[in-house]
Design a binder for this molecule. Structure first.
Ligand code: ARG
Length: 408
């Protein structure tokens, strides 16, 4: 009788290589690996595929997901100015649902009954993988080897690997950090960073220059949007994945895009995280500046509130959920007129918006100007304030600081 099959989210690193062996030996499963390219720095995907095949997997599918990630996930993140707790642009939370979707597709293709991932039991990523899998196919079982096995730390895993003929990558014990990266940026945790009082060391940063070592003259960049989607940089039309790569370079070279923060994980603990998100922060900064002129004021105020709900839902693994679907529909509606160009100035770790224009701009020079030819009727403001403050005046007389109640 043939064995049951499991589809594993495989990165080719030590954790997921040990997972392959563990699933084969401890769970008696045939393993199919899926290795998604979402724009992470790592190269050598062919070698990783060969490594999986050498471990005896049924298949190892290396999928180039960069455009799907950009067009389906980053486009929505930009529309929602995605920023969890107002500070973190959600890079890992955006890639996990896409990888989960691929696991489910490959599971169907191979008739697998389970999927597996290499996430730890105290992070958010396990929740994101599993929530997405359950939303896409509630019948699939999920296995999380790292939650089940007794390998408590990296040296334990290395020892297991040696004992089971799993090749150990050169320097597997050397990297002091846990890294997750994709087109949208790079998350850096662990090691020296676990004490939130420690300043990050220079070796934590890869995509961004130290602002002290950046050019002494500013760099200007123009980003063009159509209906909320970035379409060109400095007049050059590009697909979104290329735009993100180009902006990662421009802003990273100017030292913009480093974050050092403490965030609240879904599983209840606070964690210190450093992020390099040069392109992501640049695009969100520019997009917000364009919305400032293109989105009507009351709509913008409500949108800003719902952006937090969108980011929290996505952070918490609700990418495929009715709440997130409805919020996306709202966000999409707000983007219809977000078309135009934003001019940015990068200098020594900063990025400032210095210009914005749009054929749909609601900024009305005649209304705004302090020149003599203004079209704003200042006399009308007196009546407006009279009515607008009516409730406040009533309160002031009866209950406020000048009332008899306050004197008593
Ligand atoms: N804290 C971030 C998040 O939950 C980053 C997680 C990064 N994952 C990792 N394996 N280093 O989205």
């Amino acid at each position: 009788m043939s064995k049951e099959k499991v589809v594993l989210a495989y990165s080719g690193g030590l954790d997921t290589s040990v997972c392959v062996k563990w699933l084969q030996d401890e769970k008696n499963l045939d393993v199919v690996c899926v290795c998604g390219n979402v724009g992470q720095e790592e190269t050598g995907l062919d070698a990783k595929k060969q490594k999986a095949l050498d471990l005896g997997v049924l298949d190892c599918q290396v999928l180039d997901l960069r455009d799907e990630f950009s067009d389906e996930f980053l486009t929505k993140a930009i529309a929602a100015n995605s920023m969890y707790e107002n500070k973190y642009p959600l890079l890992s939370a955006l890639s996990r649902p896409l990888l989960a979707k691929k696991l489910v597709e490959v599971a169907h293709e191979f008739g697998a009954t389970c999927v597996a991932h290499g996430c730890t039991g105290k992070g958010n990523d396990q929740v994101r993988f599993e929530a997405a899998v359950k939303a896409l196919d509630p019948e699939l079982k999920v296995i999380a080897p790292v939650r089940e096995w007794d390998l408590k730390c990296r040296p334990d895993e290395v020892a297991y690997a040696h004992a089971h003929n799993v090749p150990v990558p050169e320097g597997a014990n050397d990297n002091p950090y846990s890294i997750d990266d994709n087109l949208w940026g790079r998350a850096i945790e662990c090691g020296h960073l676990e004490d939130p009082w420690n300043e990050p060391l220079d070796d934590a940063w890869v995509m961004t220059k130290n602002p002290e070592d950046t050019p002494d003259t500013p760099t200007y960049t123009e980003i063009e949007f159509e209906a909320g989607k970035p379409v060109a940089v400095d007049g050059k039309k590009m697909k979104l994945s290329e735009i993100v790569i180009a902006l990662n370079k421009i802003s990273g070279d100017n030292g913009f895009g480093r974050l050092d923060l403490v965030e609240d994980r879904l599983v209840g603990l606070k964690s210190r995280e450093c992020y390099e998100v040069p392109g992501a922060l640049t695009l969100i900064t520019a997009h917000k500046a364009l919305e400032d002129i293109c989105v009507e004021g009351e709509l913008l105020k409500t949108k800003i509130k719902l952006e937090q709900d969108w980011a929290t839902a996505v952070y918490n693994g609700q990418w495929y959920s009715p709440l997130k679907n409805a919020l996306d529909a709202f966000m999409a509606d707000t983007q219809k007129f977000v078309t135009g160009t934003v001019r940015l100035k990068f200098f020594k770790g900063n990025c400032h918006v210095v210009g914005r224009k749009s054929p749909f701009s609601l900024y009305d020079y005649g209304l705004a100007t302090y020149d003599c030819d203004t079209t704003f009727d200042e006399k009308a403001s007196a009546g407006f304030i009279e009515i607008d403050t009516l409730s406040l005046k009533t309160w002031a007389k009866v209950q406020g600081p000048s009332s008899a109640a306050a004197q008593a």
